[in-house]
Design a protein around this ligand. Sequence first.
Ligand code: SF4
Ligand code: SF4
Length: 137
Amino acid sequence: MIHQKNSIRFNCTGCGQCCLGHPDEHFIELTDEEAEKIRIYLGMDKRAFKRSYLVRDKYIGAGLKINSHGRCELLDEDNRCTIYPVRPRQCITYPYWPELLESRAVWDAEAGRCEGINQGGVIATDYIEKQLALYKP
Ligand code: SF4
Ligand code: SF4
């Protein structure tokens, strides 16, 4: 992966664009444990939480819904995450995803979505490795 040989720079501006979905994304990956933490944080009963926020995928299991406008349902009007302390690992680890670090071209292309990519200081390789380890469910 590119961070092993190249400097990776990143500085999150908090713009919220990463919560707005991709044309080819339909949900945010979620373990059952993460789903339960979010449900408790929101103080919702299981049925209402499932109906409002969850989708089921035959390969990954539970996922957080992205609405028909491509927005995560848990993003507020100011583009802030309403469950930030319990957001799932897919959100915590962005943009240090294996598929984004596979080549410089892919990483640079993602900068079109995320204005923090290629900005700010160089991120330590150890830190990126930790995020990659966390990314795996
Ligand atoms: S798109 Fe990038 S810069 Fe904007 S909030 Fe997400 S991670 Fe931060
Ligand atoms: S859970 Fe929060 S951080 Fe993750 S996509 Fe939704 S609003 Fe963004």
